[in-house]
Design a protein around this ligand. Structure first.
Ligand code: SF4
Length: 225
């Protein structure tokens, strides 16, 4: 992507987010809609839907699931502020779906997912990421047929958008405290494999180069040489 295209894309994202925050198309959803920073990045993460804390603060992954997610990312060299400012943080739905009758957050219905998909699909076209990281089953099924974590986490897949844009896909489980999948086998091993694949991806390495963690470790390596 050229510098001009990059600048135009960032401007278009800012406009997109101005429209997004006004979106009230889903009567069963609780807003205001949440989005990340308007950053054109080779890495795009797609979460499921914000929780109440995210809606209150207007920041994706700002509470307990975010703590786990950013701990995973820190283990492969990118701290939370660097990720937030250098990666595009998207989601399947941008509003809080409310609570399910049996507890936990309600899973958005098919009509809500479809209505909200225009936002993340436009983000894909504007940012043209080389690596997409869908987080959690609802995000994973937007990109691939299988939704069994055991079948898809721990491997790299290919994605082709309806307009023909191609990207690598490396799915992650949802880091919610309610999930036990990534705390037990085979989830533990598959999560470690997925993080190793992300770590080795050129798009991840590109944004990691600006991370303070990477610069400190590079300075240490130079000092030791
Ligand atoms: S869930 Fe998406 S489409 Fe529905 S109101 Fe919120 S932003 Fe709009």
């Amino acid at each position: 992507m050229t510098t001009d295209t990059h600048t135009r894309g960032a401007g278009a994202l800012v406009h997109l987010y101005r429209d997004l925050v006004d979106c009230r198309r889903c009567p069963g959803m609780q807003g205001p809609p949440v989005h990340g920073q308007a950053v054109i990045s080779p890495v795009m993460m797609v979460g499921q839907a914000p929780g109440t804390r995210e809606i209150l603060q207007g920041i994706p992954f700002c509470w307990t699931a975010g703590k786990t997610l950013f701990r995973w990312f820190e283990s492969i060299g990118i701290d939370e502020p660097t990720f937030r400012s250098r990666a595009l943080m998207s989601a399947v739905c941008r509003c809080f779906p409310g609570k399910a009758p049996k507890g936990g957050d309600r899973v958005p219905d098919a009509a809500e997912v479809e209505r909200c998909s225009g936002w993340w699909r436009t983000e894909v076209e504007l940012a043209q990421p080389r690596l997409i990281i869908p987080v959690g089953k609802l995000a994973i099924v937007q990109f691939m047929a299988s939704k069994r974590l055991n079948d898809v986490v721990g491997a790299q897949w290919s994605y082709r958008s309806p307009s023909g844009l191609e990207a690598d896909l490396i799915p992650l489980p949802h880091p919610s405290g309610a999930s036990t999948w990534f705390k037990m086998e085979p989830g533990k091993t598959l999560l470690a494999r997925a993080l190793a694949l992300i770590d080795a991806h050129s798009a991840w390495q590109e944004i990691r180069a600006s991370s303070p963690m990477e610069q400190t470790s590079r300075a240490g390596r130079i000092g030791a040489a």
